[in-house]
Ligand binder design. Sequence first.
Ligand SMILES: *[C@@H]1O[C@H](CO)[C@@H](O)[C@H](O)[C@H]1NC(C)=O
Length: 343
Amino acid sequence: MQFGSILTVLTSALVALPATMASRIAQNTYSNINADYCYDDVVIEHGVFWCCFDTVLRFGGAFINHGSFYLFHDRRTGTLLNLGVVGCDYIENYGLMYFNSIHVGIQIDLMTSHVKNSGDFFFMGEDAYNSKIKMPGTWEITKTGSFNMYFDSRPQRGAVLGTVGTVFTNDGQICLRNAYIDSLVVKGKGCINIGEDSVFRYQSSTDIFPASQTIFLSSKTSMLFVGADRQYYAYTIAGWGNGNYIVHSYPIINYSYDTDVGVLTVDASQYNIKYRMKYNIGLGYDPELFELASMVPLGSDLGFYSKTNAGITYLGDVPASSTSSSGCKPCKDAPMFPPEPIE
Ligand SMILES: *[C@@H]1O[C@H](CO)[C@@H](O)[C@H](O)[C@H]1NC(C)=O
């Protein structure tokens, strides 16, 4: 991997960010010390990057990024176990926010009350087993915003979006590769692209998942996991087919597919609790190719989710007249790291 050599070159140029500069990053800056900006707002100016290696940053005020912010940790050279931005009041991102851990799981607490993202967020990590991402605040991903989680292999513990009382609004793009997201309240008109070996789990007993949000099962190994009751309204599902799964926390008792409107209705039940889920999968599915599964593969080395008939899959190709994913933009590739120093 080329990170090693580039990092060596940069090490001599690493500078601690002077306290007086803390509030405004106006030129490309490399930092490698833990830092507290408890009383400051931090602004990264347009066209400028701030690249932090092996650091824990604490903020007290707002964090406003018009440029690029990189937080990077390499277990081979660094000492930290966690990588984190802790305690900002709020984040506004118009540029790039990039978090990456090499040879260690990514552990991030984004303990902000509010995040507004009109740019791109990337969360990446190598040691999936130890990855843990918490983002308890209220999030707003605008139409131009993207939120990307790309891992080398699937984390056992997922990223947790939101907490009781917060709302995750996605009007842009969420993209997952080898990622697992657990979510509570979701709003918005965006797209959730569940890529290879990825799971999007939605569980809320108080909220209805919006039909305006497209869930795109974009690979053979994508999985939507729905565990909530009160979901009598149809989820909008694109890309169901080629053996990917919609999984429930209760066993499926029976299901039916309305070939005229393209809605799959599933009745699930356990301990006398019954619930019905609806999925707007679109037209053209052949009910002969529907199959229930009791052992659903969880992706990369994680084994199976086993529960009698909890999963439903479609053995055929995704039909041409199935729900369109045209509202989903292609997922962005991760940017190069580290950024080149500008002389
Ligand atoms: C499941 O079977 C019951 C009893 O026959 C029926 O009332 C219900 O509509 C069926 N559910 C689905 C999703 O077809």
